[in-house]
Design a protein around this ligand. Structure first.
Ligand SMILES: [Zn+2]
Length: 153
């Protein structure tokens, strides 16, 4: 004899749980975001042992586990390594679609930064294109103080 639940299609209720929270970005994150907010500068941390420059900055090298003490200003220009375009709308999207974002390797950095692309026709975006940041006028200490990266003219 089949159990009742095996005779029907189980119903699934889909929803979202909204959980407000406060999170300290710590010493490394604070310096990174304050430089963005106050000076429109982008800083990474450099490993003196293996010469990698992390962006966003990290406290520990992911390759050799050294503690990172050296701050390096990177960019502001960089190279778009890869990208995607977004065509569907969702409440969590940072802007109204269609839009694009990608992984940007800023000059002097060893790791890529994921960020939005702007001031560009989506059909004209290409990997390896040179890009530069556009900062918001009113900055709050958030990665979105960089509005987006646009092609270098
Ligand atoms: Zn290292």
């Amino acid at each position: 004899m089949k159990k009742w639940l095996e005779t029907v299609e189980p119903l699934i209720y889909e929803s979202r749980i909204k959980v407000p929270y406060t999170w300290s970005v710590g010493e490394i994150g604070s310096r990174f975001l304050i430089e963005l907010r106050d000076r429109k500068k982008i800083f990474g941390t450099r490993c003196s042992k293996c010469d990698r420059v992390y962006l966003p900055p990290r406290k520990t090298c992911g390759q050799c586990f050294s503690i990172l003490h050296e701050w390096i200003e990177v960019g502001p220009q960089g190279t778009l390594m890869t990208y995607t375009t977004v065509h569907y709308e969702s409440p969590v999207m940072p802007m109204k679609p269609p839009f694009a974002y990608g992984i940007i390797l800023l000059d002097k950095a060893s790791t890529g930064l994921v960020h939005l692309l702007g001031e560009v026709d989506l059909e004209e975006i290409r990997s390896r294109m040179r890009v530069e940041p556009v900062f918001k006028d009113l900055r709050t200490g958030d990665i979105m103080d960089i509005r987006y990266f646009r092609p270098v003219k």
